[in-house]
Design a protein around this ligand. Structure first.
Ligand SMILES: Cc1ncc(C[n+]2csc(CCOP(=O)(O)OP(=O)(O)O)c2C)c(N)n1
Ligand SMILES: [Mg+2]
Length: 905
């Protein structure tokens, strides 16, 4: 028989060997033996090099192209022999874990007994308990040896487990646990999920809106590097941990920024994804394999991926699987089928998993059906999870992802273990409680079980002593939120003075004013270094390129190339200690940086002051949920909606012109929102913002809209009440000089539309109307104040009533009231109820258009001529003038009364 040319004709060779199965098996065995020899002599690295050379040789000699595979076989990444030994007492930690499990379950069951439908989750923590307990006992450091700390994002709806642990640690009294999800009970309760706003001493990160924890953890880890590279924090090896769900990975925010983490080599970041294969309704990937899918994605993105699939019970099976039959079979089975195995008997498991091949059946013949059904998964095995975390802690040069396979509702048995309904399971009957109790060995008798009582051993019990000792070793309890920074001193008045004077006729946009003020603040010896400018690729749009050179763009590696504009004054300067976070086109990433910088006062004891400037349309509308999370987290800083206003941003059209961010801003309780018209208003607001947030340490943040229309900035009017008026939202900017006129009006303007109002004031004189012009930089502040007064008055019927600020300001005024804004009409209307007479509100309801400013303002009916018309109309309504005068004005002003309504056209 002619010898088969093995390398020259691979296809023929494959054919020949396929015809001769025995030969292939023999040949494979010989190669494997040789490889084993190399492994034993030269170790894994030598073996790896050899395999690479083999593949290279095969490609060169015969064009053998190994198919690209992003995944590794369906087995643990860390082989048994490389597994770090488990340092603790497994028995003690199992007992503690059981106690945490019990009380977490009891908390939800009791809450729902007390108030049907109050909700809560049992099955999520049940599946993740081991992932947390190994971390709490061995890894999560409240304080590292070097004085740093680990930052931990806990999976939001695993909160009962964290409360339960805190109860055992003696940090939360039983009464609080009894009031889980009943925060309004006397003495307070526990919030359903992590909310720093509601539990400011406990929770740090609100994670329950899925996807927000993952992206924030990446930007937080990167921000820590930024602080270190800029010398604001010493590098002491703290890690950022994020515990996440496998279903949660479907959120775009979860995966959208993972390459930033690898690009920035964030080896201070560890993600643990609890792969219980289920989400709320059912399997995450019934017909696929979520662990393999995520492994491919993250390996492709450059992460270090550690799979923890099989527990120690599987070790010998997998080690004896010399030909890889078992691992191949395990890799064939879909997640949906695995879920079925979890709920079925050992016999079913044997028949359906191992029954596909007699050789597989032989591998498990020494195990009974019962033993087979109890083979533990990796995520439930402390030894495997510990080894994975340890390896993650030691990995350098890239972030680590731990993919841990678990069963959702682990331990719930018939009540929901592995079942599709498990996520919603909130009640356990007495039988189910008994089973749970027995499975986890909780020392409660059958009689005691009814009502699912909490159980905490005495302070000096071995379990409590052990867990206290472990936490002491790791620097204290977690989670815990503390304000770690000291207040800053008030910023020097000198930075702001220039803006009070105005621009003496020169035109400047409010964006330019803001950038100039920012440049000044950046030079301040006290706070300059604390400022964090954040921009999603719009610096040139906002005229901020001068800052590139002034303070540099942050880059963890400096600048490894010669910038193309090196010979210009304002070249694109990247530097390791660069101050600007030039985030690229990611508003979600930028707001995550904003949050990291705006919470550094508590997380790291550093008063960084973020200024995040972005296209206003891509703020509240696009990343509103992250802004909501920022509010919950007590983030401090300034959001700047640039190129703001439906008619001030010319040309860009429907997708870009923002006429509603101020309406959306109404919804965020601790956010102050301003639409300033003038340079001095911006100066006053920012000065006050820094004072309140960083000197007074208030848990508020600011939103300012700034426009790009060049306008002459006037000086600040005299009067001690102007500053107060700006901050409270209303002040008289330009009173009429014709006080004795019979026809009177009060006009209100803000933002860029203020200048249309000023024009209207002049035009109205021709119609004999004397109008006062008010600047109204914050509808939100006025709205809030009005509501506050009304509420107080309602609750205190016999006290002298409080008078809303709007009412106070307008009490001595005369004439009709007209407001014009570049935002929706509902904004002025929101405060009309506290005005002394009816208000006509002009606003920009509707879709924007690609057009110039004048046409846009005509189209949306917010320009000077429409303000004039509205004023005349209001006067006619009050019978101060005749309707024919209004008709005449419509003609004179060139208004087409039959034009389509912009609100719906
Ligand atoms: C943005 C968002 N959408 C929907 C929900 C409602 N929700 C809460 S938990 C959950 C399922 C979570 O599944 P997974 O991430 O796999 O976590 P597990 O409970 O399985 O650990 C859903 C849909 C939410 N909290 N956030
Ligand atoms: Mg899940």
């Amino acid at each position: 028989m002619a010898q088969t040319p093995v390398l020259a004709e691979p296809q023929q060779a494959a054919e020949a060997t396929r015809n001769n199965d025995g030969l292939e098996v023999l040949e494979t065995r010989e190669w494997l033996d040789s490889l084993d020899y190399v492994l034993s002599k030269g170790g894994p690295e030598r073996a790896g090099r050899l395999l690479q050379q083999l593949s290279l040789h095969a490609r060169r000699a015969a064009g053998v192209n190994l198919p690209f595979v992003a995944t590794t076989p369906y087995q643990n990444t860390i082989p048994v022999r490389q597994q770090a030994p488990f340092p603790g007492s497994q028995d003690m930690e199992r007992r503690i874990k059981s106690l945490v499990r019990w009380n977490a379950m009891a908390m939800v069951v009791r809450a729902n007994k007390e108030e049907n439908g109050i909700g809560g989750h049992i099955s999520t923590y049940a599946s993740a308990a081991n992932l947390y307990e190994v971390a709490f006992n061995h890894f999560l450091r409240a304080r590292t040896e070097n004085g740093d700390r680990d930052i931990v994002y806990f999976q939001g709806h695993a909160a009962p487990g964290m409360y339960s642990r805190a109860f055992l640690e003696g940090r939360l009294p039983k009464e609080k646990l009894e009031n889980f999800r009943r925060e309004l009970k006397p003495g307070g309760g526990l919030s359903s999920y992590p909310h720093p706003w509601l539990m400011p001493d406990f929770w740090e990160f609100p994670t329950v809106s899925m996807g927000l924890g993952p992206i924030q953890s990446i930007y937080h880890a990167r921000f820590i590097r930024y602080l270190e590279n800029r010398g604001l924090k010493t590098s002491t090896g703290g890690k950022v941990w994020a515990f996440l769900g496998d279903g949660e990975m479907d959120e775009p925010e979860s995966l959208g920024s993972i390459t930033l983490a690898s690009r920035e080599r964030l080896d201070n970041l560890i993600w643990v994804i609890n792969c219980n294969l289920q989400r709320l309704d059912g399997p995450v990937r019934g017909n696929g394999k979520i662990i393999q899918e995520l492994e491919a994605i993250f390996r492709g993105a450059g992460w270090n991926v550690i799979k923890v699939i099989w527990g120690s019970d599987w070790d010998s099976l997998i080690q004896n699987d010399r030909d890889g039959l078992l691992v191949r079979r395990l890799g064939e089975i879909t997640d949906g089928q695995y879920q079925k195995f979890f709920v079925e008997s050992g016999a079913y498991f044997r028949q359906n998993l191992f029954g596909s091949d007699p050789r597989l059946l032989r591998m498990v013949e020494h195990l009974s059906d019962d033993q087979l059904s109890r083979l533990r998964l990796g995520g439930h095995d402390p030894i495997k999870v510990h080894a994975a975390y340890k390896s993650a802690m030691e990995h350098t040069g890239a972030p680590t992802l731990v993919l841990a396979k678990t069963i959702k509702g682990y331990g719930l048995g018939e009540a929901g273990e592995g079942k599709n309904i498990t996520h919603q399971q909130k009640k356990l009957n007495d039988d189910e409680l008994r089973m749970f109790r027995s499975r986890f060995g909780i020392p409660l008798s059958d009689e005691e079980l009814h009502g699912a009582p909490f159980y905490r051993p005495a302070d000096d019990s071995p379990e409590i002593r052990y867990m206290q000792e472990r936490r002491k070793q790791l620097g204290g309890y977690m989670p815990e939120r503390k304000v770690r920074s000291k207040p800053i001193k008030q910023v020097s008045e000198s930075h702001f003075e220039e803006f009070y004077k105005g621009t003496e006729g020169r035109e400047a946009s409010t964006t330019m004013v803001f950038v100039r003020l920012l440049a000044k603040l950046l030079r301040d010896p006290e706070i300059g270094k604390l400022i964090v400018p954040i921009i999603p690729d719009e610096a040139r749009t906002f005229g901020m390129e001068a800052l590139f050179r002034q303070v540099g763009i942050y880059s963890s590696v400096g600048q490894l190339y010669e910038p193309v504009d090196m010979d210009t004054l304002l070249y694109y300067k990247e530097a390791k200690d660069g101050q600007i976070l030039e985030e690229g086109i990611t508003e979600a990433g930028s707001i995550s940086s904003f949050i990291a910088a705006g919470t550094a006062y508590s997380n790291h004891g550093i008063n960084t002051i973020p200024f995040f400037i972005y296209y206003s349309m891509f703020g509240f509308q696009r990343i509103g949920d992250l802004i909501w999370a920022a509010a919950d987290m007590r983030t401090r800083g300034f959001l700047l909606g640039g190129t703001a206003g439906r008619t001030t941003l010319a040309g860009e059209g429907l997708q870009h012109q923002d006429g509603h961010s101020h309406v959306l801003a109404l919804s965020v309780p601790n956010l102050l929102a301003y639409d300033p018209a003038f340079a001095f208003e911006i100066a006053v607001i920012i000065q006050e913002g820094i004072r309140r947030m960083y000197a007074n340490q208030e848990s508020i943040f600011y939103y300012l809209t700034v426009g790009n229309e060049p306008l002459p900035m006037p000086p600040m009017p005299d009067g001690s009440d102007v500053r107060e008026g700006i901050l409270k939202g209303l002040y008289l900017f330009k009173p009429t000089l014709k006080k004795d006129s019979k026809l009177r009006a009060q006009l209100f303007g803000s933002g860029a539309i203020m200048f249309e109002v000023l024009k209207a004031q002049e035009m109205l004189e021709k119609y004999g109307v004397a109008a006062d012009v008010w600047s109204l930089p914050s509808y939100k502040e006025l709205y809030r104040n009005g509501n506050d007064c009304d509420r107080w008055n309602m609750l205190h019927p016999q006290e002298p009533p409080k008078v809303p600020f709007v009412t106070q300001c307008l009490k001595d005024t005369q004439g009709v009231l007209v407001a014009a804004s570049d935002y929706m009409k509902v904004l002025p209307e929101s405060i009309a109820q506290w005005m002394p007479r009816p208000l006509i509100s002009l606003g920009t309801d509707g879709f924007g258009r690609s057009e110039g400013r004048a046409s846009l303002r005509d189209f949306f009916e917010v320009d000077a001529k429409h303000i004039v018309l509205a004023t005349l109309h209001a006067l006619a309504r009050e019978r101060k003038i005749e309707s024919k005068t209004v008709n005449q004005a419509i003609k004179e002003l060139g208004i087409n009364p039959e034009k389509a309504n912009p609100a719906i056209s």
